[in-house]
Design a protein around this ligand. Structure first.
Ligand code: NI
Length: 194
Protein backbone atom coordinates (compact mmCIF):
# COMPACT_ATOMS: atom_id res chain seq x y z
CA UNK A 1 0.00 0.00 0.00
CA UNK A 2 1.16 3.47 -0.71
CA UNK A 3 0.00 7.02 -0.67
CA UNK A 4 -0.11 8.14 -4.28
CA UNK A 5 0.98 11.47 -5.69
CA UNK A 6 -1.95 13.73 -6.61
CA UNK A 7 -1.88 15.35 -10.06
CA UNK A 8 -2.56 19.09 -10.04
CA UNK A 9 -4.33 21.25 -12.61
CA UNK A 10 -2.10 21.58 -15.64
CA UNK A 11 -1.06 17.93 -15.68
CA UNK A 12 -2.37 16.44 -18.96
CA UNK A 13 -3.72 13.30 -17.22
CA UNK A 14 -6.48 15.48 -15.71
CA UNK A 15 -7.66 16.51 -19.18
CA UNK A 16 -7.72 13.11 -20.86
CA UNK A 17 -10.63 10.77 -21.38
CA UNK A 18 -10.02 7.88 -18.94
CA UNK A 19 -10.26 4.31 -20.23
CA UNK A 20 -12.82 1.66 -19.29
CA UNK A 21 -11.61 -1.26 -17.21
CA UNK A 22 -11.96 -4.34 -19.45
CA UNK A 23 -14.48 -6.96 -18.30
CA UNK A 24 -11.74 -9.51 -17.57
CA UNK A 25 -9.90 -7.11 -15.26
CA UNK A 26 -12.90 -6.16 -13.08
CA UNK A 27 -11.97 -8.79 -10.47
CA UNK A 28 -8.20 -8.47 -10.73
CA UNK A 29 -5.88 -8.07 -7.76
CA UNK A 30 -4.31 -5.05 -9.49
CA UNK A 31 -7.65 -3.25 -9.54
CA UNK A 32 -8.31 -3.97 -5.83
CA UNK A 33 -4.84 -2.81 -4.96
CA UNK A 34 -5.26 0.47 -6.89
CA UNK A 35 -8.62 1.08 -5.18
CA UNK A 36 -7.02 0.47 -1.76
CA UNK A 37 -4.21 2.90 -2.54
CA UNK A 38 -6.76 5.46 -3.68
CA UNK A 39 -8.53 5.16 -0.31
CA UNK A 40 -5.24 5.57 1.50
CA UNK A 41 -4.48 8.66 -0.59
CA UNK A 42 -7.96 10.15 -0.07
CA UNK A 43 -7.60 9.65 3.69
CA UNK A 44 -4.15 11.20 3.75
CA UNK A 45 -5.43 14.37 2.09
CA UNK A 46 -8.81 14.34 3.88
CA UNK A 47 -10.70 14.22 0.60
CA UNK A 48 -14.29 13.11 0.20
CA UNK A 49 -13.71 11.71 -3.24
CA UNK A 50 -10.88 10.76 -5.57
CA UNK A 51 -10.75 9.73 -9.22
CA UNK A 52 -8.01 7.54 -10.73
CA UNK A 53 -6.75 10.28 -13.12
CA UNK A 54 -6.02 12.40 -10.03
CA UNK A 55 -3.40 9.82 -9.07
CA UNK A 56 -2.04 9.54 -12.63
CA UNK A 57 -4.04 6.47 -13.73
CA UNK A 58 -6.14 7.19 -16.82
CA UNK A 59 -8.78 4.65 -15.79
CA UNK A 60 -12.53 4.93 -15.20
CA UNK A 61 -12.52 4.48 -11.42
CA UNK A 62 -13.55 6.81 -8.63
CA UNK A 63 -14.17 6.50 -4.92
CA UNK A 64 -16.36 8.70 -2.77
CA UNK A 65 -17.14 9.14 0.91
CA UNK A 66 -19.52 12.10 1.01
CA UNK A 67 -19.88 11.82 4.79
CA UNK A 68 -16.36 11.30 6.20
CA UNK A 69 -17.86 10.29 9.57
CA UNK A 70 -19.95 7.55 7.97
CA UNK A 71 -18.13 4.52 6.54
CA UNK A 72 -21.45 3.47 5.00
CA UNK A 73 -21.28 6.45 2.65
CA UNK A 74 -18.16 4.97 1.09
CA UNK A 75 -18.47 3.81 -2.54
CA UNK A 76 -16.17 2.43 -5.17
CA UNK A 77 -17.28 3.13 -8.75
CA UNK A 78 -15.57 1.24 -11.58
CA UNK A 79 -16.75 2.05 -15.13
CA UNK A 80 -19.42 4.32 -13.66
CA UNK A 81 -22.35 5.72 -15.60
CA UNK A 82 -24.14 8.69 -14.09
CA UNK A 83 -27.71 9.42 -15.20
CA UNK A 84 -29.51 12.59 -14.04
CA UNK A 85 -32.94 11.71 -12.61
CA UNK A 86 -34.32 15.23 -12.75
CA UNK A 87 -33.73 18.45 -14.61
CA UNK A 88 -33.40 20.26 -11.30
CA UNK A 89 -29.98 21.78 -10.67
CA UNK A 90 -28.56 23.37 -7.54
CA UNK A 91 -25.47 25.46 -6.86
CA UNK A 92 -23.04 24.39 -4.16
CA UNK A 93 -19.47 24.91 -3.07
CA UNK A 94 -16.79 22.57 -4.41
CA UNK A 95 -13.09 22.13 -4.04
CA UNK A 96 -10.66 19.63 -5.55
CA UNK A 97 -7.41 18.01 -4.43
CA UNK A 98 -6.12 18.69 -7.97
CA UNK A 99 -7.01 22.39 -7.74
CA UNK A 100 -5.56 23.06 -4.28
CA UNK A 101 -6.95 25.80 -2.06
CA UNK A 102 -9.56 26.99 -4.56
CA UNK A 103 -13.30 26.94 -3.94
CA UNK A 104 -16.17 27.84 -6.23
CA UNK A 105 -19.92 27.48 -6.68
CA UNK A 106 -20.86 24.77 -9.17
CA UNK A 107 -24.30 23.85 -10.56
CA UNK A 108 -25.07 20.11 -10.42
CA UNK A 109 -28.05 17.85 -10.93
CA UNK A 110 -29.86 17.40 -7.63
CA UNK A 111 -30.73 13.75 -8.21
CA UNK A 112 -28.79 11.09 -10.11
CA UNK A 113 -28.44 7.37 -10.56
CA UNK A 114 -25.00 5.77 -10.45
CA UNK A 115 -24.46 2.46 -12.25
CA UNK A 116 -21.04 0.97 -11.63
CA UNK A 117 -18.98 -2.01 -10.49
CA UNK A 118 -17.64 -2.24 -6.94
CA UNK A 119 -14.17 -3.22 -5.71
CA UNK A 120 -15.03 -6.91 -6.25
CA UNK A 121 -16.30 -6.35 -9.78
CA UNK A 122 -19.95 -6.67 -8.76
CA UNK A 123 -22.44 -4.49 -10.63
CA UNK A 124 -24.70 -2.18 -8.63
CA UNK A 125 -26.99 0.79 -9.04
CA UNK A 126 -27.69 3.47 -6.45
CA UNK A 127 -29.58 6.76 -6.37
CA UNK A 128 -28.07 9.87 -4.84
CA UNK A 129 -29.60 13.20 -3.91
CA UNK A 130 -28.05 16.54 -2.97
CA UNK A 131 -24.49 16.41 -1.59
CA UNK A 132 -23.62 12.76 -2.42
CA UNK A 133 -25.02 13.38 -5.93
CA UNK A 134 -22.75 16.43 -6.21
CA UNK A 135 -19.68 14.47 -5.12
CA UNK A 136 -20.39 11.65 -7.59
CA UNK A 137 -20.84 14.13 -10.47
CA UNK A 138 -17.59 15.90 -9.54
CA UNK A 139 -15.66 12.60 -9.54
CA UNK A 140 -17.40 11.35 -12.68
CA UNK A 141 -16.29 14.51 -14.47
CA UNK A 142 -12.65 13.70 -13.66
CA UNK A 143 -12.98 10.58 -15.85
CA UNK A 144 -13.91 12.80 -18.78
CA UNK A 145 -11.11 15.30 -18.25
CA UNK A 146 -13.44 17.89 -16.73
CA UNK A 147 -12.59 19.96 -13.64
CA UNK A 148 -15.17 21.69 -11.43
CA UNK A 149 -14.06 25.11 -12.59
CA UNK A 150 -15.16 24.15 -16.13
CA UNK A 151 -18.70 23.72 -14.78
CA UNK A 152 -18.83 27.06 -12.98
CA UNK A 153 -21.25 29.60 -14.43
CA UNK A 154 -20.17 32.45 -12.15
CA UNK A 155 -16.41 32.77 -11.75
CA UNK A 156 -16.88 35.61 -9.27
CA UNK A 157 -17.49 32.99 -6.58
CA UNK A 158 -13.89 31.68 -6.90
CA UNK A 159 -12.17 31.98 -3.53
CA UNK A 160 -8.93 30.93 -1.84
CA UNK A 161 -9.31 28.69 1.20
CA UNK A 162 -8.59 31.31 3.84
CA UNK A 163 -11.01 33.82 2.36
CA UNK A 164 -13.56 31.10 1.66
CA UNK A 165 -13.52 29.97 5.30
CA UNK A 166 -13.77 33.54 6.48
CA UNK A 167 -16.51 34.84 4.20
CA UNK A 168 -18.33 31.98 2.49
CA UNK A 169 -18.11 28.66 4.30
CA UNK A 170 -21.45 27.37 5.56
CA UNK A 171 -21.37 27.92 9.32
CA UNK A 172 -22.65 25.23 11.62
CA UNK A 173 -25.48 26.46 13.80
CA UNK A 174 -24.28 27.07 17.38
CA UNK A 175 -25.22 24.26 19.76
CA UNK A 176 -27.86 25.06 22.34
CA UNK A 177 -26.34 26.71 25.39
CA UNK A 178 -23.25 27.78 23.48
CA UNK A 179 -22.36 31.27 22.46
CA UNK A 180 -22.44 31.88 18.76
CA UNK A 181 -18.70 31.66 18.40
CA UNK A 182 -16.88 32.55 15.25
CA UNK A 183 -16.85 29.37 13.23
CA UNK A 184 -13.79 30.39 11.26
CA UNK A 185 -11.53 27.44 10.74
CA UNK A 186 -14.29 24.99 11.56
CA UNK A 187 -14.84 22.28 9.01
CA UNK A 188 -17.77 23.08 6.80
CA UNK A 189 -20.40 20.36 6.98
CA UNK A 190 -21.29 20.51 3.31
CA UNK A 191 -18.04 21.01 1.52
CA UNK A 192 -15.03 18.95 0.83
CA UNK A 193 -12.39 18.36 -1.74
CA UNK A 194 -12.38 15.63 -4.24
NI1 NI B 1 -11.70 16.82 -7.91
Amino acid sequence: MAILKVARMGHPVLRQLAEEIPQNALRSAELKSLVDEMFETMDEYAGIGLAAPQVHFGLRIFIIRPDPADEESLRVAVNPVITPLSEEMSEGWEGCLSVPDIHGMVPRHVKIRLDAHDRDGKKYAVEFEDFPARVAQHEGDHLDGVLFIDRMTNLSTLAYGQEWRRYHAPRPKPEEGEEGEDAEGAEAPEEGEG
